[in-house]
Design a protein around this ligand. Structure first.
Ligand code: UDP
Ligand code: MG
Length: 315
C-alpha cells in the first residue's frame, strides 16, 4: 500500500459524505494503491452508518469503530495503527484541513522529507477566543518544552512509514501526537494553508477539552512546571522579607503594628502558592497513576473493508 489516509470522526455524520467526496478526488493519482481509514470514535449519531455507506460507494474507504468515545488523539492513534501505507496522511473530518493540499505534500516527501505538516497561515470561521488561546498556547508550550514543537500546526500532515513507526513505539496514554512527531525527529518541513471553517456540525473541543488537551501537552513534554514550585518558594521568601521590613519599620517609626488585614493577606497569599504547587504536582501524579495502569488505549467494536492488522475478535 502506498498511501493511507486517516480521519478521526466523532459525531460527524454531516461532514463525512462531503469529506469522502473531496478525499476520493484528492487521492485520485494513487487511487489503486491507497486506503482511506475513517475512525468512528464512539459517536452517538449516524456516523457509523455513514461510514458503511461510504465504503459501499467507494471500496477504498475502510471504517473502524471504537468501543467508546476515547478522544481525538486516541481515535487518531487507532487509525494510525490500522494504516498499512508507506505514507500516511491525516486530517480532521470537518474539512478544516483541505485534502487538496495532498499533492504538494507528496511532492515535498518525494524530496526526502519524513514529515510534512500543515501550518495554519490563517484561521477562518473560528471565534476570537479560540484563535487567541491557540496562539498563546503554542508559544507558551514552546517556551516550556524541551522539544521544538512547530507553532500553529495541528495533526494535519503527511508522514513517512519510519516516522509513524517511531511514534507508534511511544506507549503513553496521554497522547499529544503533533508533539510526539516533533520528538521523533527525522526531516520535517511545514507547508502553509488556510484553515477554513467547519463544513458542518460544531467543534468537539469545548473549553474544558481544550484545557485538558493543553495540560496533556504541557505535562507530556516538560517538567518545568514542577520547577516553578522552587521559584515560587523564593518569591514567597522575598515577600516575607518585605513584610518584615514594613512591620518592624512601622513599629519603630509609629509605634504601631499593622492589624488583622495584613495577617489575612499574608495567609491567603501563602496558601495560594501552596495550593498552586500542590495542584501542579497533582497533575503529574495523576498522569503517573493513569500511565502505570497500562490499560489498552482502545478496543475496536466493528470494521468494514479489509480486516486491519489490529482487529480484535470480541465474539
Ligand atoms: N474528534 C474525535 N473524538 C473526539 C473529539 C473530536 O475523533 O472526542 C475528531 C473530530 O471528529 C474531528 C477532529 O477530531 O475530526 C477535530 O475535532 P474538532 O474539529 O471538533 O476540533 P477543532 O477543529 O474545533 O479544534
Ligand atoms: Mg475542526
Amino acid at each position: 500500500m502506498h498511501l493511507s489516509v486517516v480521519v478521526p470522526c466523532y459525531n460527524e455524520e454531516e461532514s463525512i459524505p462531503l469529506l469522502v467526496d473531496r478525499l476520493v478526488q484528492a487521492i485520485e493519482p494513487w487511487a489503486d494503491r491507497a486506503e482511506i481509514i475513517l475512525v468512528d470514535d464512539g459517536s452517538s449519531d449516524e456516523t457509523w452508518a455513514t461510514m458503511e455507506a461510504a465504503h459501499k460507494q467507494h471500496p477504498v474507504v475502510r471504517g473502524i469503530r471504537l468501543s467508546a468515545n476515547r478522544g481525538h488523539q486516541v481515535a487518531l492513534t487507532a487509525g494510525l495503527e490500522a494504516a498499512t501505507g508507506a505514507r500516511i496522511f491525516m486530517l480532521d473530518a470537518d474539512l478544516q484541513d483541505p485534502p487538496e493540499i495532498l499533492p504538494d505534500m507528496m511532492m515535498m516527501m518525494d524530496r526526502g522529507y519524513d514529515v510534512v505538516y500543515g501550518r495554519r497561515a490563517e484561521r477562518q470561521g473560528e471565534t476570537l477566543f479560540k484563535k487567541a488561546t491557540a496562539y498563546l498556547f503554542y508559544r507558551f508550550l514552546n517556551t516550556l518544552s524541551d522539544v521544538d514543537i512547530p507553532k500553529d500546526t495541528g495533526d494535519f500532515r503527511l508522514v513517512s512509514r519510519r516516522s509513524l513507526d517511531a511514534v507508534l513505539k511511544m506507549p503513553e496514554r496521554a497522547r499529544f501526537i503533533r508533539g510526539m512527531f516533533a520528538w521523533a525527529g527525522f526531516h520535517q518541513i511545514g507547508l502553509e494553508y488556510v484553515r477554513e471553517a467547519r463544513v458542518a456540525g460544531e467543534t468537539k473541543y469545548p473549553f474544558k477539552a481544550m484545557l485538558r488537551f493543553a495540560t496533556d501537552a504541557l505535562t507530556g513534554f516538560s517538567t518545568k512546571p514542577l520547577k516553578i514550585a522552587t521559584r515560587l518558594a523564593f518569591v514567597s521568601l522575598l515577600v516575607t522579607v518585605l513584610m518584615a521590613v514594613y512591620v518592624f519599620g512601622s513599629l519603630i517609626l509609629f509605634n504601631t503594628v499593622a492589624g488583622w488585614a495584613s495577617v489575612l493577606l499574608a495567609i491567603s497569599f501563602f496558601s495560594a502558592i501552596q495550593l498552586l504547587t500542590l495542584g501542579i504536582l497533582g497533575e503529574y501524579v495523576g498522569r503517573l497513576y493513569m500511565e502505570s495502569k497500562q490499560r489498552p488505549l482502545y478496543f475496536l467494536s466493528q470494521e468494514t473493508g479489509h480486516p486491519s492488522a489490529h482487529a480484535v475478535d470480541f465474539t
